[in-house]
Design a binder for this molecule. Structure first.
Ligand code: G6P
Length: 611
């Protein structure tokens, strides 16, 4: 959701910024723009609605300017038009700014500035900022001072980058909410909303903290606070391979990321499985055994796909650690005045670590005395820095908007966490623990096997691509996977789909079943198999077209299902990690056949930094 890039150096900024924006496309956007500062007192600002190619076509890629800022906008205030695209300028054209977030008091500021004679040309909240900076400069302040003063007037959340047309040696940036990262090069300094655009140029980065103001020059960056005091932020080294953020030989990032799951899960588990039987789970947590033992309840907060991981986590933690778990949508939890008794741990699950609702829900729980833990895929993200403890999923950069490998690695982490808490509480039986650990070790090989089933899934996609609705059914830990399968299909193919607990089908969805409705049934050989089977017989009796996912060698759906996919026989509590993969592939191939924009589905954003 909205991406910012900035550059000050010795190379042509135009191509560098365009390429940087391209790598941020995955966050979701509907217009884009770039301001170049050639240092002659005027900016060259280019903006375009729609995809980046529109912007690229309007720009001179050889422009010699070596300073500039760029932005991809996901519309909040004002339609996604060229006029509303960033960068925004002050009326005198001397200040430009790009902004991620929302200025909540912009109407008030706009009125105040209009009364003082300033004019506006867009519907956005952002424009108030450059106009305010310019206003303070007209009153005699220097650029930096005016920037500080204007920030002091802004309410809401922001990541900002700002330039002055007469100051070719300085790029100012500020963060309060959405992330900003500085990249340090040789004679050049970069700015971006996340590390992905920086990886091609440098691995040396500085994450800005909330309330930081940065002054970027060609030799580095100085950071201060709103009150003017200087602060030092540590330089960090990003280990990602830049190639991990490229498509490789795949057609889409989503397909690549589905196929990366065996490796991603191996990376998640690396150094986190005990070597000898009976050893404790080496999950690096700052909580002692006594503290884990004292946990009375766990609240999980998350959004979207991560919320589905939370539902599987509830199942695992309650089974293995016998601790009560509540799972909430973060956007609901934050406003429902949650009751948080002593001994509560809040777990925020968020692949990006930047989802505004999840961060706010965790903060709310912390204020009410909960201990906090983040399960996250992005090192240095806000969630990992705000929580007392964090567990990284190590899935590598996930670019496709629809989450795949970030989800399965969240499930692997939740399995380890449930075992770790269960160990501390003495609720895990050693044989069960060894069985699950062995199951985890075998997962990457099983996932490889499932990837090889892609041709069969492609045939399903071909057959069912024109359906207008889908129903997904599962029980126990597979119920959240039914929800996730339905979400994946909705997100990328725009087909209406619903996930339901199979046992609940008779209380409503059964009314939808007819010969046109594909019913995707998750039926591994577990304690729920017989019950699910009889639900499917009910669906078949009403002409539903059943697509069954079953354990290898299970013929229970013969004569009932139209299509059956056999999956490896794994521990039932690990089945969610396996069963979701064919559902991801099914959504992917249906979306491709329907000509949808798989990696950047309409209206969706990868990282949702607004409420
Ligand atoms: C957006 C994305 C989803 C994601 C959700 C939560 O809606 O499109 O793929 O599941 O945000 O994101 P998070 O980063 O908190 O896991």
């Amino acid at each position: 959701m909205c991406g910012i890039v900035g550059y000050i150096g010795h190379q042509s900024a135009a191509t560098l910024l365009l390429d940087g924006l391209q790598t941020l496309e995955y966050r979701g956007y509907d217009s884009a723009g770039i301001a170049l500062a050639p240092g002659d007192g005027a900016f060259r600002v280019t903006r375009a609605s729609g995809k980046l190619i529109n912007l690229r076509n309007k720009m001179d890629a050889q422009d010699p300017a070596t300073l500039g800022i760029g932005h991809t906008r996901w519309a909040t205030h004002g339609r996604p038009t060229e006029e509303n695209a960033h960068p925004h300028r002050s009326a005198d054209g001397k200040i430009v700014a790009v902004h991620n977030g929302i200025f909540e008091n912009f109407l008030e500021l706009r009125k105040e500035l209009q009364t003082l004679g300033e004019t506006f040309s867009s519907e956005t909240d952002t424009e108030a900022f450059p106009v305010m900076v310019s206003h303070f400069m007209k009153a005699g302040l220097g650029f930096r001072e005016a920037f500080h003063r204007a920030l002091g007037r802004m309410e809401g959340i922001y990541a900002l980058a700002c330039l002055h047309a007469d100051d070719p040696d300085r790029l100012l940036a500020a963060r309060s909410g959405p992330p900003l990262v500085i990249g340090l090069g040789e004679g050049e300094t970069f700015l971006a909303s996340d590390v992905v655009p920086l990886l091609r140029h440098t691995r040396r980065v500085i994450f800005l903290e909330d309330g930081d103001i940065a002054e970027l020059t060609r030799t580095g960056a100085q950071i201060s606070r709103l009150d003017g005091s200087r602060v030092e932020r540590p330089e960090q080294h990003i280990p990602y391979d830049p190639v991990a953020a490229e498509k490789g030989g795949f057609k889409h990032f989503m397909q690549k990321e589905i196929f990366e799951q065996p490796q991603a899960i191996s990376n998640t588990l690396l150094n986190r499985l005990p070597i000898e039987p009976g050893e404790p789970i080496p999950l690096d947590l700052p909580f002692s055994n006594e503290e884990l033992k004292a946990l009375q309840r766990i609240h999980i907060v998350a959004c979207g796909t991560s919320w589905h991981a939370g539902l599987v986590g509830k199942f695992l933690i309650e089974q293995l650690a016998r601790t009560a778990v509540e799972v909430d949508y973060a956007s609901e939890y934050r406003y429902r005045e949650p009751v948080i008794p002593e001994g509560t741990l809040i777990i925020g699950i968020t692949q990006s670590g930047e989802t505004a609702d999840t961060l706010a829900a965790m903060k709310e729980a912390a204020l009410r005395g909960a201990r906090t833990l983040a399960i996250c895929n992005v090192m240095g993200s806000t969630a990992t820095r705000a929580a007392e403890a964090s567990i990284l999923t190590h899935a590598g950069p996930e670019i496709g908007v629809a989450s795949t490998k970030a989800f399965t690695t969240q499930l692997a982490v939740l399995t380890l966490l449930a075992l770790r808490i269960g160990e501390a509480k003495g609720t895990v039986n050693p044989a069960q623990k060894e069985e699950l650990l062995q199951g985890l070790r075998e997962l990457p090989a099983h996932l490889e096997h499932l990837n090889a089933l892609e041709p069969q899934i492609m045939r399903w996609a071909q057959k069912y691509r024109d359906a207008s609705d889908f129903l997904y059914l599962g029980r126990g830990p597979l119920y959240p996977i039914a929800l996730e399968g339905a979400l994946k299909l909705k997100e990328i193919s725009y087909i209406h789909a619903e996930g339901y607990p199979a046992g609940e089908m008779k209380h409503g969805p059964i009314a939808l079943i007819d010969k046109n409705l594909p019913v995707v049934a998750l039926m591994p050989k577990d304690a729920h198999r017989e019950k699910t089977l009889s639900n499917l017989q009910e669906a078949a009796a009403r002409d539903g077209r059943i697509l069954g996912l079953v354990t290898q060698g299970d013929h229970g759906l013969d004569g009932i299902a139209e299509d059956v996919l056999e999956l490896p026989d794994v521990h039932p509590w690990l089945a969610p990690i396996l069963y979701v993969l064919p559902l991801q592939l099914l959504s992917y191939h249906i979306a491709v056949l329907r000509g949808c924009d798989v990696d950047q589905p309409r209206n969706l954003a990868k990282s949702v930094t607004v409420e």
